[in-house]
Design a protein around this ligand. Structure first.
Ligand code: G3P
Length: 214
């Protein structure tokens, strides 16, 4: 399973990188807005920081606008893939970009039929937003399960990025389903490593070591 970080904050990316388990980065306009610097400037910085895939999202919602923006964003670095919203014009844009070998991450996916359409359009990645479904009392992880089954049934190569992750259980369930990737906010990244019994265990070993005759 690949682990991406869901942030545009270079400090968070560097901390996750130091762990030696970071495979890529996803951003979106909301995440970039928190940095307080120009959109492209932030994306250039992020793309240079990691070798793995980095998602950069288009702002347009019409076919021509999305394709134009995507071509510009793809020039930033060859690890950039383009986040395209899961709408009709978006799928058309994905087909065009895919024929130009520009990688895409189809975003704002909320059900498995949408994900089927994205795969057929040639999406490199599909991003089901599970946290936002859970927020409205809909089972986000069921959508991931369905997408995994549908993609396996037909041999689609589109990789599933479990997105809008809110807690460590989301990552556990994504891994049990066999999702290709989880994109994780920095605070959740920290939570998945920690366990109170590990900390208690370390403290006890240190105390007991002191009792060993020197
Ligand atoms: O990768 C998508 C993610 O950024 C959306 O997360 O928490 O805004 O639903 P959230």
């Amino acid at each position: 399973m690949k682990l991406f970080i869901d942030t545009a904050d270079i400090k968070e990316i560097r901390r996750a990188k130091e762990l030696g388990i970071l495979d890529g980065v996803t951003t979106n306009p909301t995440l970039v807005s928190r940095i307080g610097r120009p959109y492209r400037e932030v994306l250039v910085e992020v793309a240079k920081e990691v070798d793995g895939p980095v998602s950069a999202e288009v702002i347009s919602t019409d076919y021509d606008g999305m394709v134009k923006e995507a071509r510009e964003l793809a020039k930033i670095r060859d690890n950039i893939n383009i986040k395209i919203p899961l709408i009709e014009e978006g799928l058309r844009a994905v087909r065009t970009l895919s024929s130009e070998k520009i990688k895409t991450n189809v975003t704002l996916c909320f059900n498995s039929i949408q994900a089927l359409m994205a795969a057929k359009a040639g999406a490199t990645f599909i991003s089901p937003f599970i946290g936002r479904l859970d927020d409205i009392a809909s089972e986000g992880m069921e959508v991931v399960e369905e997408i995994a089954t549908i993609y396996a049934n037909y041999g689609f190569n589109t990789e599933i990025i479990v997105a809008s992750i809110r807690n460590p259980l989301h990552i556990k369930h994504a891994a049990l389903i066999g999702a290709d990737i989880a994109t994780i906010p920095f605070d959740v990244f920290q939570k998945i490593i920690k366990h109170p019994l590990t900390d208690i265990g370390i403290a006890r070993f240190i105390e007991d070591y002191k009792k060993i005759p020197k």
